[in-house]
Design a protein around this ligand. Structure first.
Ligand SMILES: [Zn+2]
Length: 310
């Protein structure tokens, strides 16, 4: 649909939505990646229909006159063709037709992808990954996800569920993961495992954000649990480097906000596991877009599909 672009906006606009386990964040973006408006809502609930209605309300808050569509990145395994969430261990959904539910709420075309895929696209188009290829983006938050942009395109696997790097096994007979298996990377380095490990060592509960803040102040237990998680993550990244040999690895997500404290540990783990030579020299950085990587990337999905951007 051809629409008039309001003054101050460049080209087509789209809305991007990031559906995490603990937040929903939506942005209105123009074709240069300029964020025009931001809206945030409550964490998704067990009812996908209620969540879709809340996303609909957020989108209506953002709509100027017309946008080309809405991109949504969700923390979970997505069937890209049908627009369904196959499973989201951290939100607690299984077989949810989220694209259809949101389309019904907003009356706009919706494109649904995994949140890490969306974040990867955001960082590559408008963040730390600009000009690099291939780029591996790792979302390090409550869960751990991955997105690979190669040849300028997101690699999704056959149905859209590729790069679930949080569920690579890193410890045989390790702790139980939200997916049902044992010893997954997410069960040893994800936000919930960091919180559990902190409680075990410090004898009190704290959120991962508080732990990051304590680590920044130099608290011993907080530093130790973050470094432990970073070692597991780094080793897993070394294995991924051996598989994909990206030009760059970018860390994004809630814990990545504290990644500067442990980036040396991540890099050391990577070097231990990566094959000798160039694989050990892969650049690992923290993303530039912060929590905007997901929603910006989701908007980018919509712009690329319906806005003529590429
Ligand atoms: Zn798992």
């Amino acid at each position: 649909m051809q629409t008039e672009v309001p003054a101050g906006m460049k080209g087509p606009t789209a809305i991007g939505v990031d559906v995490g386990a603990s937040h929903v964040l939506a942005v209105l973006v123009d074709s240069d990646g300029e964020v025009l408006r931001v809206a945030s809502g409550p964490a998704p609930s067990a009812s996908a229909a209620d969540t879709a209605a809340a996303i609909g309300a957020l989108v209506r808050e953002l709509i100027p006159d017309e946008v080309v569509g809405v991109g949504v990145g969700v923390a979970g395994q997505v069937d890209f063709q049908t627009g369904s969430v196959c499973i989201s261990p951290n939100i607690g959904w299984r077989d949810v037709p989220l694209r259809r539910l949101i389309e019904r709420e907003v009356g706009l075309p919706v494109i649904l992808d995994n949140d890490a895929h969306a974040a990867a696209l955001g960082e590559v188009r408008w963040g730390a990954g600009a000009g690099h290829d291939p780029v591996l983006v790792v979302t390090w938050g409550t869960g751990i996800g991955g997105g690979l942009v190669a040849g300028g395109r997101i690699y999704r696997g056959r149905w859209g569920g590729g790069l679930e790097i949080g569920h690579i096994m890193v410890m045989p007979r390790g702790p139980r993961c939200g997916c049902g298996n044992r010893g997954c990377l997410e069960a040893l380095a994800g936000g919930r495992s960091i919180e559990a490990e902190y409680e075990r060592r410090a004898g009190r509960r704290a959120s991962v954000r508080e732990i990051a803040a304590l680590a920044r102040q130099g608290q011993r237990e907080a530093r130790a649990v973050l470094r432990r998680a970073a070692r597991f993550l780094g080793r897993a990244l070394g294995g991924l480097v051996n598989l994909f040999q990206p030009e760059m690895i970018i860390l994004v997500g809630g814990i990545a906000g504290a990644a500067d404290l442990v980036l040396d540990v991540v890099r050391e783990g990577l070097r231990t596991q990566a094959l000798p030579g160039v694989n050990r020299e892969i650049v690992t950085v923290v993303g530039e877009l912060g929590e905007m990587a997901g929603p910006l990337g989701a908007a980018c999905l919509a712009l690329e599909r319906w806005g003529g951007a590429s």
